[in-house]
Design a protein around this ligand. Structure first.
Ligand SMILES: Cc1cc2nc3c(=O)[nH]c(=O)nc-3n(C[C@H](O)[C@H](O)[C@H](O)COP(=O)(O)O)c2cc1C
Length: 355
């Protein structure tokens, strides 16, 4: 499986949802950097289920056990490995439907790729639980970036067709990460939560968009063509389960714009050259331009829903239906925020370290 990512700072994810545990090895970190494990745990708790109504009832403390790479609270520079035990697995939920691939999930493609040898319980290595190790890596990378002046923010931009206020593309946003439902506009947040609960009542699910911004990322990093910051970020963001779209800056809106409006015009301000606007999302020619790096990721509705859906029965080799009774989020977006931030942190630190 290709579960490795990075050029200078490389991460390798391992584990299965219902196996003994999951985790990450991070290679290439700078040495001697203080890592506050309390901040790491706080970021991982934001990914864990159960913070808002409509979230899965799977409850796992997600306590990372650091096996190597940290000594007296500082990075050693050698591989940093963290393992998270799986403690709340209920494989019987899945065994009943093992031969009926879940629509929208990776059961059928996993079977096609691995010939049935992969662990199917809870989605195995395809499960979003693998993102706990990813979030750990992101929390570490984020702290290293913060020491360089880079800060990463995210909020729920939309759920279904209900939209939060967008970030101002040229300003550092407010930090809503400590809210149980991280939005800028509380009233919209309540509507979004009601929308998720209503979908769940109807045995259905909804999707949404996460908006993320990194401020303080210096101009002149990244490379054209394949080392392009947009390509690098897109490649790691699409590794997050259920991501189906990524856009930078004004994104797809640029197609409706005009050059005179869409161009970000350079200007001398007191502290040097900055751009007056940020339609590009902080990246031009694949290289950072010193403006906030701004992007959005679209998440599809959770594939596992409790209402009857058409599928195939691989025991009987006939068409069948499936009702998925496991524990699932009616919307994955609220739990995805720290994962998206982690992706940004891992990628931007890698780009930073490449110089
Ligand atoms: C935070 C998070 C939680 C998720 N929880 C579930 C879940 O409870 N049930 C489910 O079917 N899919 C869930 N997913 C989505 C699946 O993992 C994903 O759709 C599946 O692995 C197939 O991958 P793909 O959608 O990227 O093609 C979740 C995704 C994320 C990011």
């Amino acid at each position: 499986m290709s579960s490795m990512w990075g050029n200078k700072v490389k991460i390798s994810l391992f584990g299965e949802s219902h196996g003994v545990g999951i985790g990450v090895v991070i290679d290439g970190l700078p040495s001697g950097i203080d890592i506050d494990m309390q901040l790491v745990t706080e970021m991982m708790e934001r990914r864990a289920p159960g913070r808002y109504s409509g979230s899965t009832s799977r409850k796992e403390p997600d306590i990372p056990k650091v096996m190597s790479g940290l000594y007296r609270g500082k990075t050693t520079g050698t591989p940093l490995c963290a393992v998270i035990e799986n403690t709340d697995t209920r494989s019987s939920d899945y065994e009943k439907t093992a031969m009926k691939p879940r629509p929208g999930h990776a059961d059928l493609t996993g079977m096609a790729r691995y010939g049935g040898a992969n662990d199917p319980r809870g989605g195995g290595h395809f499960s979003a639980r693998i993102m706990a190790g990813f979030t750990f890596a992101g929390a570490v990378c984020r702290q290293i970036l913060e020491k360089k002046g880079v800060k990463i923010f995210s909020h729920i931009y939309s759920i279904s067709n209900i939209e939060d206020e967008p970030y101002n593309p040229v300003e550092m946003p407010s930090d809503v990460s400590r809210k149980s439902f991280p939005v800028l506009d509380e009233a919209k947040g309540l509507q979004m939560q009601e929308c998720i609960i209503e979908a769940s009542r109807q045995l259905d699910s909804v999707g949404g968009i996460v908006e993320c911004m990194a401020t303080g990322f210096p101009a002149g990093l990244g490379r054209p063509i394949f080392g392009n910051i947009e390509s690098r970020l897109a490649s790691i963001l699409y590794a997050i389960p259920a991501v189906k779209g990524v856009e930078f800056g004004s994104g797809f809106e640029v197609a409706r714009s005009r050059g005179s409006i869409n161009n970000d015009h350079p200007h001398f301000f007191d502290n040097g050259i900055r751009l007056r606007s940020n339609h590009a999302g902080g990246v031009e020619g694949g290289i950072s331009n010193g403006m906030p790096v701004l992007f959005r990721c679209a998440f599809k509705p959770t594939p596992s829903i409790a209402q009857a859906q058409d599928t195939v029965n691989l025991d009987a080799m006939k068409n069948d239906t499936i009702e998925i009774r496991g524990r699932h989020d009616a919307c994955v977006v609220p739990r995805a925020l720290p994962i998206v931030e982690a992706a940004a942190a891992i990628c931007l630190l890698d780009v930073f370290e490449e110089g």
